[in-house]
Design a protein. Structure first.
Length: 207
């Protein structure tokens, strides 16, 4: 009986179908091996690169770190920060210390080279609270309230910086020290528009 099974196997192996099937299996195995090998090479299996900490560096300096680690970089955004020098790197993605494949593109955010500025709002004839809030809304953070002679108490008159009156719409650094001039309501000096008391309308002089 064993002899019969051996004869049947030999007869089957000698048929064209058996040859084609075996050849197909060998080809499939070779293709699978090559595919796995290629995928392993493409993904650089088990080869990782650590993102260097380049925050605070200038772009030219950081570029050497990326090149030495087999990484590429792309500047995707710029913001203004007082914590780092102009033009320096503020943020990195993926974050420093992350393990990535070599050749990965690292996204960088740079600090703006120009000081961030905002437009001086028109504060004339507003209450000093409204004027102060409006200036803060524009991004100004260093605002001094200074009372000066004027007719109406707590009425905003103008905005100054370094002794110079700033016109509405004029741009100034958001970190600049600004002075919001506010009327003290004394009524014994020029009014909020800058006119002398004698130039005021008669109904204002009677108030």
């Amino acid at each position: 009986m064993l002899q019969n099974k051996k004869n049947i196997r030999e007869q089957w192996l000698s048929t064209p179908i058996a040859y084609h099937l075996i050849a197909a299996m060998l080809v499939a195995g070779i293709l699978l091996f090559l595919a796995l090998k290629g995928l392993n090479t493409y993904t650089r299996h088990n080869k990782a690169v650590v993102i260097p900490d380049v925050k605070g560096m200038q772009l030219r300096e950081a570029a050497l770190f990326f090149e030495n680690n087999g990484l590429r970089y792309s500047v995707v955004d710029s913001i203004y920060s007082k914590d780092v020098a102009p033009g320096a790197i503020v943020d990195v993605f993926p974050v420093a210390g992350s393990k990535v494949k070599d050749g990965r593109i690292v996204s960088l955010t740079l600090n703006a080279t120009d000081v961030e500025k905002g437009a001086i709002p028109d504060v004339a004839d507003l209450s000093f609270r409204q004027a102060h809030a409006l200036m803060q809304a524009q991004g100004f953070s260093s605002i001094e309230i200074r009372y000066v002679p004027g007719t109406y108490r707590d009425l905003a008159i103008a905005v100054e910086s370094g002794g110079k009156v700033l016109t509405p719409g004029e741009r100034a650094p958001l970190s600049a020290a600004l002075v919001l001039k506010v009327s003290d309501g004394g009524g014994d000096a020029s009014d909020e528009s800058g006119a002398e008391p004698a130039d005021r309308p008669a109904d204002e002089n009677r108030q």
